[in-house]
Design a binder for this molecule. Structure first.
Ligand SMILES: [Zn+2]
Length: 103
């Protein structure tokens, strides 16, 4: 039993829950799942794949909302957002020193 649990964990799988679904905690194609919120209702977005097209989507599971967005487009927008937080290279030593003091 322990071996089975370990096998499922290292392969990114979990045992089936009481509803018969197998949930995958982390998915490399959906890195923002549960980290970004729905722009309409504020619930954390989850994700899924359309296997026939090999396309990934983020979606909102709230009944009555059901926001649905292409994962690649969302990830590009997120990358653009992160650029605002880039540190100017000349300031890196000071930032590193401050980080070391804090952490
Ligand atoms: Zn929503």
């Amino acid at each position: 039993m322990i071996f089975r649990e370990l096998f499922l964990r290292v392969n990114g799988l979990q045992q089936e829950n009481e509803h018969g679904y197998t949930q995958v905690k982390e998915e490399e194609h959906l890195p923002l799942r549960h980290h970004i919120k729905c722009g309409t209702c504020g619930k954390p977005l989850t994700g899924y794949i359309v296997r026939k097209k090999e396309l990934f989507y983020y979606n909102c599971n709230k009944i009555g909302c059901r926001l649905n967005r292409n994962a690649s487009k969302m990830q590009n927008l997120y990358q653009d957002l992160l650029k605002h937080y880039q540190v100017t290279p000349v300031l890196l030593p000071q930032v590193q020193e401050a980080m070391e003091q804090v952490f």
